[in-house]
Design a protein around this ligand. Structure first.
Ligand SMILES: O=C(CO)COP(=O)(O)O
Length: 267
């Protein structure tokens, strides 16, 4: 029996599959996640899958056909609308596939594809232009954390990504704080580490826009989130969800993460 829990902002548990699972595996995983969660659980917590581009049509067909209470999104988009950009996928293509979200500025894109703040900002603008909600990723590398520069680093990334983004647009954004040193390493940030930066992000949003807008924006934590540590992270007042990598490709583990309000330590 689910405990009665209320949240200031509806939590979002999003599974970033990264470059894993073909379209057949995507159908199997999405189906399994959906049947592992009740309508009540999915009303309390928003659950999103973020598969590779090649899986999106299959996920759309499944979600629409079976009226699943799941949403989905893409891991990236082009800053351009259309044209001679070989290999790019536009925001309008993603919108046509029913995507709700698009991940922008993931540290793996920044590192392996040399995406700088200008590109990230252009992608945020492209997402809004096509009616997609950005899940904007920011986070520091280990050297920055060790030099205690993590908060200014993250707020600077936030400022750059949101250049010329209006208050009306930003109200729907999702921010994901993903410390690079915690991604795929098993080194999860402590709940206090996550809270410190998520609170600083909210304060910065309040300064840039307004306290009301900042209070409505969901800020996720990402980096080695598992069923065993999610409740303690989610208990932090400024953490509104999780962007889950590795653990999101295991349906049972991901569904257990999404049921975090029922975990003992969340009480
Ligand atoms: O990068 C991440 C989600 O976008 C986090 O990945 P892991 O959960 O595998 O550490």
């Amino acid at each position: 029996m689910a405990k009665k829990v209320t949240f200031e902002r509806r939590p979002l548990i999003a599974g970033n599959w990264k470059m894993n699972l073909n379209h057949l595996e995507a159908i199997a995983l999405t189906q399994k996640v959906a049947i592992s969660l009740t309508e009540e659980q999915l009303a309390l917590v928003e659950v999103a899958v973020i598969p590779p581009f090649t899986d999106l049509r299959s996920v759309q067909t499944l979600v629409d056909g079976d009226k699943l209470h799941l949403v989905y999104g893409a891991q990236d988009l082009s800053p351009h609308d259309s044209g001679a950009y070989t290999g790019d996928i536009s925001g309008s293509m993603l919108a046509k596939l029913g995507c709700t979200y698009v991940v922008i500025g993931h540290s793996e894109r920044r590192e392996y594809h040399h995406e700088d703040d200008t590109v990230v900002n252009a992608k945020v603008k492209a997402a809004y232009k096509h009616g997609l909600t950005p899940i904007l990723c920011i986070g520091e590398r280990l050297d920055v954390r060790e030099a205690a520069g993590h908060v200014p680093h993250c707020t600077a990334q936030l400022d750059a990504a949101l250049a010329k983004i209006s208050a009306e647009q930003v109200a729907s954004i999702v921010i994901a704080y993903e410390p690079v040193w915690a991604i795929g390493t098993g080194k999860v940030a402590t709940p206090e580490d996550a809270q410190e930066v998520c609170a600083a992000i909210r304060t910065r949003l309040a300064e840039k826009y307004s306290p009301e807008i900042a209070n409505g924006i969901r800020i996720l934590y990402g980096g080695s989130v598992k069923a065993k540590n999610v409740a303690a992270i989610m208990a932090q007042p400024d953490v509104d969800g999780a962007l889950v990598g590795g653990a999101s490709t295991d349906a049972d583990e991901f569904a257990t993460i999404a049921r975090f309000p029922e975990h003992a330590t969340a009480s």
